[in-house]
Design a binder for this molecule. Structure first.
Ligand SMILES: *[C@@H]1O[C@H](CO)[C@@H](O)[C@H](O)[C@H]1NC(C)=O
Ligand SMILES: *[C@@H]1O[C@H](CO)[C@@H](O)[C@H](O)[C@H]1NC(C)=O
Ligand SMILES: *[C@@H]1O[C@H](CO)[C@@H](O)[C@H](O)[C@H]1NC(C)=O
Length: 444
């Protein structure tokens, strides 16, 4: 049993280290380091050659290799009057979509390379007659002023509504131009009321969805959202926004079942990945995260809601200089559960709260008062979590007194302070099992 465990652990360690973009050790030159790639984060504006921007080689698939493209009808937005010189192409996109979506055989909407298209808030509605591919090779830009949303839903910029059997790919760029929204956020200017800002790209009510090989940047708020979807594969996505941009989550998953995220590189002003109510069977592998707020389950239970999240696996991730690492956050007064959750093979570098369960989460202008009910957190395994904490407390379990955390497992944990020395743990109302080495010792 012990030997088996060791073998498993070394296997896990090996697989973690063998991911090409991760390199072999923290000091390894091949390791992703945002500070070493300022260009990647800073030089997006203006120039935009849609390819070869990614230092990690994430954009690897050549467009010609994408299955099914050769056989399908290609509808180019240029054929509907889109100039590609940065001018408004909304009408051309709408017409091209109608053509593609009503095609009796699989069809591709083509957004050509080396062109830039300005797109007003737009809904691409399904159902479509056959499989649809949206091939974004060039850049799509959002309006830089908020009046473009007058009379429309402020929650969305690009919305795919009820489009099943959809693939969105191409290596191009989706630019939310979010600066004006950030400036007017109540998080930035405290004298302003809190209002929604658009999500750059939302997939709503889609079954069988592939989203891959895209760069999404500077969203008004959330970058990519999956809502009421099933069977989703999202891979090779690069998502970037400044560290101080408010609520700019990378990937937000809600009411969605069976979703795989793989090879995503996310650095924004909020959660890299946020997994909320109705998310079930979520797997995220090979994730690079930072800056931002880390990988979050929650928040759950806001405004006394009943929320459910289950069967989540986060396997192989590197988080750098994020405010949280692996976080579960719930508000007091909620109900429901977060259960069957595995975090494994995660490397942290200078993370404020590497491992945290917070059942007293309160992200509101008013203070939150003490309440009896809570979202139940159970069966959460942390296995092979290594690296450094920016704060003294590397493991922080702040669970509810009335609804304690159950079945929490720490296994092969080694977290020390970034500036040297040992870190601490906090354990409140948690039923914990430890296996193998656990540093810092938790709930001793
Ligand atoms: C963009 O692509 C063009 C044509 O391939 C090339 O001439 C130009 O140097 C590229 N610009 C950048 C910034 O890479
Ligand atoms: C914050 O908002 C108020 C009210 O609209 C405005 O008067 C003020 O100039 C804003 N502050 C900044 C720094 O933009
Ligand atoms: C802790 O969990 C174990 C196994 O799930 C259970 O048997 C035990 O009663 C729990 N202890 C407390 C104090 O909840």
């Amino acid at each position: 049993m012990e030997l088996h465990g060791l073998l498993l652990l070394s296997l896990l360690l090996f697989s973690f280290h063998s991911i090409p973009c991760f390199g072999n050790s923290e000091e390894d030159a091949g390791l992703y380091n945002i500070m070493e790639h300022p260009k990647y984060y800073g030089a997006f504006d203006g120039e935009e050659n849609a390819t070869d921007r990614n230092p990690d080689g994430f954009i690897t698939q050549s467009v010609d290799e994408v299955d099914g493209i050769a056989a399908s009808e290609v509808v180019n937005v240029a054929d509907y009057g889109a100039k590609g010189d940065g001018s408004d192409a909304t009408e051309a996109f709408k017409k091209a979509w109608l053509k593609v979506c009503s095609s009796p055989s699989s069809a591709t909407l083509m957004v050509p390379a080396k062109k830039s298209y300005y797109l007003k808030p737009t809904t691409f509605s399904g159902p479509c007659k056959s499989e649809v591919t949206v091939m974004i090779k060039g850049m799509i830009k959002a309006p830089p002023h908020r009046s473009a949303w007058d009379g429309t839903n402020r929650r969305h910029w690009i919305l795919f509504n009820g489009v099943s059997n959809l693939q969105v790919t191409g290596g191009g760029i989706i630019n939310g131009n979010g600066q004006i929204w950030w400036k007017n956020s109540c998080k930035i200017n405290k004298s302003l009321p809190c209002k929604n800002a658009p999500t750059a790209i939302t997939f709503y009510g889609s079954n069988n969805l592939v989203v891959e090989n895209l760069k999404v940047k500077n969203s008004q708020q959330i970058h990519v959202q999956f809502e009421k979807c099933t069977n989703v594969r999202a891979s090779h996505l690069s998502i970037t926004a400044p560290e101080n941009s408010p609520n700019t989550d990378g990937i937000h998953i809600t009411s969605t079942q069976n979703i795989n995220l793989d090879h995503c590189n996310i650095g924004t002003g909020d959660d890299c990945i946020s997994i909320v109510d109705g998310a079930q069977t979520v797997k995220a592998t090979n994730i690079i995260c930072g800056p931002g707020h880390g990988i979050s389950i929650g928040s759950l239970g806001a405004k006394n809601s009943e929320d459910h999240v289950s069967d989540v696996i986060i396997d192989t991730a590197k988080l750098t200089s994020t405010t949280n690492g692996l976080r579960i956050k719930t508000w007091q007064g909620g109900s429901g559960y977060a259960k069957h959750i595995r975090f494994q093979n995660v490397y942290m570098k200078n993370v404020q709260n590497p491992i945290i369960i917070d059942q007293n989460y309160c992200d509101s202008k008013e203070p939150c008062h003490q309440q009896k009910s809570a979202v139940h957190v159970s069966d959460v395994v942390y296995n092979n979590i290594k690296g450094t904490s920016a704060s003294d407390v590397a493991i922080d379990f702040e669970c509810s007194k009335s609804v304690p955390c159950q079945g929490i497992v720490l296994q092969a944990i080694n977290l020390v302070k970034e500036n040297g020395g040992s870190a601490k743990s906090i354990c409140k109302n948690v039923n914990l099992t430890k296996k193998g080495t656990v540093i810092p010792p938790a709930c001793a």
